[in-house]
Design a protein around this ligand. Sequence first.
Ligand SMILES: [Mg+2]
Length: 270
Amino acid sequence: MGELPYLQTNPKFIFFTDFDGTITLQDSNDFLTDNIGYGKEKRVASNHAVLEERETFRESFQGMMDSVTKPYDHCIQLLVDNIQLDPYFKEFLSWAIANNIPVVVLSSGMVPIIKALLKNLVGDDSDYIDIVANNVAARPGKKIEEEGGWDIAFHDESGFGHDKSLAIRPYSNLPAEKRPTMFYAGDGVSDLSAAKETHLLFAKKGKDLVTYCVKEDIPFTLFEDWESILAKTKEIVAGQTRVEEAAREGYEAYKRGEAGVKVQNGSLRH
Ligand SMILES: [Mg+2]
């Protein structure tokens, strides 16, 4: 059981999810970079470089965080004061708790920031959520609560910094009769490593993850907020919709022009 911690309560479903821009309305690392780092223009250019595979996510994120030199506690407070929760996430979480569905955050951000934001935004129910993410470390001879004192401690050696497929694969490799149905929700370039790993991928309307799924032919369903995720997940848990059907809906919506993105000649345009 040690290697499969999310099966301890014998759930039939597991919900893996991105954090920044998915559970929250804003991406906390983008917020730091845009406001107290090298700025939005450079950050957006770096996001595109990742989508077009000219840069790894790890390199991009390292550059963003290197440009943020304020003490770590200052950064956390700035985020707690500014980052908002998706208005329906709390309702989703209560429902997941009542229905024995583990909720696991797989994030390319850093654990202390995610914990602080969840505690502030969700309250005590946030203890139910498992968090797998990068961490923070002091730079040599410094403390994290000093100017220029902290750095990212990456989760693994991958070009993603945190390869989100690593947490999901032990479950997707289980034989069919033991394997729970798995969901993933995400919005951006940090989710590329998880996009192919679950039964049903929720991709946020109009965001980079939709573009990527269309381009790579990965099945997905669109969401605008956790109200739509909750409604679809309830249908599946109740057996009213099969995941295979739901997984085709995103591409159908894209073809009807309802996904909020355009993919032209293989290049990526919003
Ligand atoms: Mg995100």
